[in-house]
Each structure stands twice: as structure tokens, then as C-alpha cells.
Design a binder for this molecule. Structure first.
Ligand code: TYD
Length: 205
């Protein structure tokens, strides 16, 4: 069966549950007979994973360099994984995408959103998702969910920083309701999974 391109993105603050929901969505698609590729940003390519480690572990990195590194990892992912997968008819589920750069490097770190959008367009060849799910939750609540001994650079940021990230996401979501869906990240995992599936099954029907 030929299907139109299906590219789905999940976004949210740390601990919002988007990685769990990305995996559940990928498994559900497979169960329904829809071959798919699950990827995460930054990463999911050889070079992208190296860039990921570099960004997360760096002791010194200004926001602009950070943006370029995320964009380089994104370009690797687009060229080597996402575009070929979509071309061969696979659905793609992506844990974070260009919106993370606008929320983190833009809203929280103060880079010009127009500059970020331009770089995003170049890195992605203007590829836009069909659906974006924002797992919206207050950072104060989601942080308690992350069980980890060592915190990366972003997890060490203040609550105020993460509140700015959340604000950025909400504003992006509200500006494009055609593709964005805001979900209450405090709802039970199963319930969120069902809400996501309802929307996804609509577009692949
Ligand atoms: P990760 O451990 O994947 O976080 P999470 O599990 O919450 O997705 O680390 C990725 C970090 O990088 C995360 O804190 C968000 C940040 N990030 C940006 O700041 N800009 C970006 O463009 C992307 C893709 C991620």
C-alpha cells in the first residue's frame, strides 16, 4: 500500500515523557503493519551521536556554537536517515526536532528566533512534520521523574530556564494548531498514548 509521507515529532521539556511515547508510538505503528523509523535528536547517526556527546558533556560552549552543533547533527539525521526513510515509504517518529532549537537556544538562551528558523530550514531542507505532539508539563513536576546520577548540561540549568523552554513550546504550538497538539503530560502514560494514536491513525487512514 502506498501512503503519503508520515513524519511525526514529539517535543517537551526534560522528563515530559516524550521518549517513552515516541517508543510506544513506533511500536504501535509496527503492530498496525506500518513500517517505521524511530530516531532521536541529537543523535541516531554515527556522527550525530558523537556530536550529542560533545554538546551534552562540553564544559564551555556558547549558544551559537551549540545551535550549529545541533544543526550539524540534524543535517546528518535528515540526509542519512529521515529523507531516505520517507522516500522508501517508512513512517518516521522523531524524538525532538527543529522546535527544540527554537525553545532552548531561542526562548531560553536568547538567540534570535529568525536566525534559528533560517538555519533550521537549511539543515532540514524545509522538511516539516505532519504532526507535532507537545507533552506539556511544568518542569518542577517533570524533573522529579528523571532518575539519573549524573546530570548533563541542560539538566543542570535552572527551573527558570526550563520554564522559558516550556513557554517557547507553548507559543510555537499555539502559532500553528494545524500540526501541533498540546497534550497534558501529567495524564497517565496509557491515556497519552491513546490520544497520540487517535491523531496519528487519522492521518494515516
Ligand atoms: P536528551 O538527554 O536527549 O534529553 P531528553 O531525554 O529530555 O530529550 O538531551 C538532549 C538535550 O539537548 C535536551 O536537554 C534538549 C537539548 N536540545 C537543545 O537544546 N536544542 C536542540 O535543538 C535539541 C535537539 C536538543
Amino acid at each position: 500500500m502506498t501512503r503519503k509521507k508520515t513524519f511525526i515529532v514529539l517535543e517537551g521539556v526534560e522528563g515530559s515523557g516524550k521518549s517513552t511515547q515516541s517508543l510506544l508510538l513506533s511500536e504501535r505503528l509496527a503492530l498496525e503493519g506500518i513500517d517505521n523509523l524511530l530516531v532521536r535528536e541529537p543523535g541516531s547517526t554515527n556522527t550525530g551521536e558523537k556530536i550529542r556527546n560533545l554538546i551534552l558533556q562540553a564544559t564551555e560552549l556558547n549558544p551559537l556554537s551549540e545551535l550549529f552543533l545541533f544543526s550539524a547533527a540534524r543535517s546528518e539525521l535528515i540526509q542519512n536517515e529521515i529523507l531516505p526513510a520517507l522516500k522508501s515509504g517508512l513512517a518516521v517518529v522523531c524524538d525532538r526536532y527543529t522546535y527544540s532549537s527554537i525553545a532552548y537556544q531561542g526562548y531560553a538562551k536568547g538567540l534570535d528566533p529568525n536566525v534559528i528558523s533560517k538555519i533550521n530550514s537549511i539543515a532540514t531542507e524545509r522538511l516539516e512534520p505532519d504532526l507535532v505532539f507537545l507533552l506539556d508539563i511544568e518542569p518542577e513536576l517533570s524533573f522529579g521523574r528523571k532518575i539519573s546520577d549524573s546530570k548533563d548540561r541542560f539538566e543542570k540549568e535552572s527551573t527558570e530556564f526550563h520554564n522559558q523552554v516550556r513557554k517557547g513550546y507553548l507559543s510555537l504550538a499555539k502559532s500553528n494548531p494545524r500540526i501541533w497538539n498540546i497534550l497534558d503530560g501529567q495524564k497517565p502514560k496509557k491515556e497519552i498514548q491513546e490520544l497520540i494514536w487517535q491523531k496519528v491513525s487519522n492521518i494515516i487512514a
